[in-house]
Write a protein that binds this ligand. Structure first.
Ligand code: CA
Length: 248
């Protein structure tokens, strides 16, 4: 389907007359930062050390969940029970230590340019992440100066339910300025993140920066799938123009 038909299809299904974009909501890992290989490696090593089995691409398929939920999925499959609070804390602590060790801190090529383009065009960039790193804002401000503030960030500390529950994105709409779903678009890379954004009723664009096939992201509900943030950078001006011209 062509771009304008995809946008029209969204409006028709959701029964909106038009888009009235005020914000672009960005996921963080795998969208703004090239951090997923390090997350994947540290999760796999942590589980290997405990002799707990995981399925191929498990940590890309689980991406976006809060740590507790990922740990319990693997406990249930291996041990047919949830992790105790102590086990959960130990496992998450170990994974976090390894992640610090493996993570290069590299931003995703094209991310900074997209954020600057969005902000320069008068839209509010909003961050929605399941991450709960304590110094997240400092890190973001170092790599993407002046883009995010606490008022435009939803983190693990803000929500009761993690992705794939729509709550993080519903809160993202609030933080974007009490917006309706047709006043924002979401940029996501992970199936559960896409599911959450679509569940919140928002037009969702996937960037496939990981090893999963495009069909996994489409099946999760993404309207568009691009192969990178640099491709999105070239396509975004056209998408934003179309959102302004479509009216029913
Ligand atoms: Ca992500």
């Amino acid at each position: 389907m062509k771009m304008n038909e995809l946008l029209k299809e969204y409006l028709q299904i959701k029964q909106y007359r038009n888009f009235s974009l005020k914000a672009v909501i960005f996921d963080m890992d795998g969208v703004l930062y090239d951090s997923m290989p390090a997350h994947d490696k540290s999760w796999r090593q942590t589980m290997d050390e405990l002799n707990l089995q995981y399925i191929p691409y498990e940590f890309y398929l689980q991406e976006g969940r809060i740590g507790k939920s990922t740990i319990n999925a693997i406990f249930q499959r291996n041990l047919h029970r949830d992790a105790t609070e102590e086990e959960e804390q130990q496992i998450y602590a170990r994974k976090s230590v390894l992640f610090q060790q493996y993570n290069s801190g590299a931003t995703m090529p094209g991310a900074k340019e997209i954020l600057n383009y969005v902000k320069g065009g008068g839209l509010t960039p909003v961050l929605v992440t399941g991450s709960g790193q304590p110094s997240l804002l400092d890190k973001l401000d170092m790599h993407f100066p002046g883009i995010f503030t606490p008022a435009t960030m939803v983190t693990a500390f803000d929500v009761v339910h993690g992705k794939p529950h729509p709550e993080p994105f519903l809160m993202g709409l609030q933080k974007g300025g009490n917006l309706q779903p047709n006043q924002a678009i979401v940029i996501e890379n992970a199936p559960l993140g896409i599911e959450a954004a679509v569940g919140a009723g928002i037009f969702t664009i996937a960037v496939n920066t990981g090893p999963l096939s495009d069909s996994v992201l489409r099946d999760a509900g993404a309207s568009l799938v691009f192969d990178s943030m640099t491709t999105l950078l070239t396509e975004l001006p056209g998408i934003l123009r179309l959102t302004k011209s479509l009216i029913f």
